[in-house]
Design a protein around this ligand. Structure first.
Ligand code: MN
Length: 241
């Protein structure tokens, strides 16, 4: 089953993440859900998720997506996530993925190919995004040979923006760092977290998880107080018609 690995890695008594059940998804070239979750865990990364056949295909992108077509961003293929996960934002107090999850972008994606499964097997999936921050044509390319979903050395892909009206020399992660759900940053999510969940799942004070979480809280506050880098507001051109 597609969600076995997702389920095996988590203790849903301790994590607020959704259990999830596989669902039906649109087929062919019809648009379906996508999202990017900015995840402050032991390392900051961006989880890029595309709905396909009832689950969210997922890649962890350490540096986040880039709108610059000359920039290839490493994307590690990870386990499928339930579609419900696509709306998740909050604090994972302990265990796998412990940290803060921000819904950084969401919208729809449309395959630019008829057969998504064949494209995944081939290691070359072209698609169009219609999100709040990410738009236009993109490609995911596998860097090594091997199969799809077999784990091991073939998990490494590159996420690349195609040249179009939505491409530009802008660091979108820097330019648009906040949540599309709550409009907040990590520190906001931490403090505005549903008090019930936060109280009942308060991270252990001692041990490795406690130490890690202390670091994550510190980092969230640090990221808030650091001045934004030079902002280029020009990259997002109006859609040409
Ligand atoms: Mn993650």
């Amino acid at each position: 089953m597609a969600l076995d690995e997702y389920t095996r890695k988590r203790d849903f008594n301790k994590s607020p993440e959704p259990v999830g059940t596989p669902r039906r998804s649109p087929g062919g070239r019809r648009p379906r859900f996508f999202c990017v979750q900015k995840h402050l865990a032991s390392h900051l990364h961006y989880d890029f998720r595309l709905e396909h056949e009832g689950v969210l295909l997922s890649w962890a992108v350490p540096k986040g997506p880039s709108l610059d077509p000359s920039v290839k961003r490493l994307a590690m293929h990870v386990e499928d996530h339930p579609i419900e996960y696509g709306e998740f934002e909050g604090v994972i107090p302990s265990g796998y993925g412990a940290g803060i999850v921000m819904l950084w972008d969401r919208g729809t994606w449309t395959p630019e190919v008829d057969d998504v499964d064949a494209a995944l097997k081939r290691g070359d999936l072209k698609f169009t995004l219609d999100g709040v921050k990410l738009k236009g044509s993109w490609v995911l390319v596998r860097t090594k040979g091997g199969g799809w979903g077999s784990g091991g050395p073939d998990r490494s892909w590159l996420l690349i923006k195609h040249r179009d009206n939505w491409a530009g020399p802008v660091d979108i992660a820097e330019f648009a760092p906040l949540s599309v759900k709550s409009r907040g940053d990590f520190a906001d999510i931490l403090s505005e977290e549903n008090p019930d969940i936060w109280q009942s799942n308060r991270p252990a004070k001692g041990g490795e998880t406690g130490a890690l979480f202390e670091k994550i809280i510190h980092r969230a506050v640090e990221m808030r107080s650091s001045p934004p880098a030079k902002r280029k507001a020009t990259a997002r051109k109006k859609k040409a018609r």
